[in-house]
Design a protein around this ligand. Sequence first.
Ligand code: NAP
Length: 249
Amino acid sequence: MAGILVVTGGSRGIGAATSRMAASRGWDVAVNYKGNEAAAEAVVADIQAAGRRAIAIQGDMAVEADILRLFEETTAALGPITGVVNNAGITGAGSRLEDVSLDTIKSVIDLNVTGALLVAREAVKRLSTRHGGTGGGIVNLSSAASRLGGTGELIPYAASKGAIDTLTIGLAKEVGGEGIRVNAVSPGLIDTDIHNSTGDMNRMNRLLPGVPMGRVGTADEVAEAILWLLSPASGYVTGTIIQVTGGRL
Ligand code: NAP
């Protein structure tokens, strides 16, 4: 049964596709964004046009106070949360590890690891039957990089996504008896803005030969997996990491 969904980083890319698709499957959605208000409001407008409720909430998911406020404002505006997509993530500038700055490492870990842990913590407080919740689903965004290693360009990012895999497995076991299923989706090369933020405007084309299916994926193809993991159709699935990579394993 659909309910009330929080999507961190819901304004663009995979988060925006997930927010729109969730609405088409009956969810009301809190669309979090960091700076791109116009993109978030466009997602909200599409959701409302589809007949569901939505709200755009600014907040830096690397900042604990903003994470707490996101959950409070969502509950106040839409009601009790039943699903969370832990999606906001950055790659940091690409380089070999020996050339990576401390600032890059910190910014990647602060958002992709610390922020994701805090979002998951707040989700559990609201969803768990242990805290009076009705249960629900958490889907974390990992990456094929957690297995491939980010060699030559994005090792801090890859390491951060390794942490997401571990979070998913550990938390699924911790709250499995409390009505919460915790899973991850691990996308490969997906056509979004994130690749340009590495500083290599040709990143998708450069890596394309490594994709067995011979093409990049779409944000909608990732959203399909996320929405399945949030739906009753996956009712006995928890602690699982679904690869959406066109065979790039
Ligand atoms: P994207 O197109 O770059 O979009 C990033 C989204 O996250 C935007 O909505 C952005 O908000 C938001 N965001 C960035 N920093 C934030 C912060 N500190 N607090 C809150 N929101 C923040 O990224 P994407 O490609 O959709 O990636 C989404 C997730 O999938 C990430 O976790 C990424 O690691 C993972 N992933 C992506 C790929 C891929 O090929 N695209 C592959 C594997 C994994 P604004 O619009 O306000 O800037």
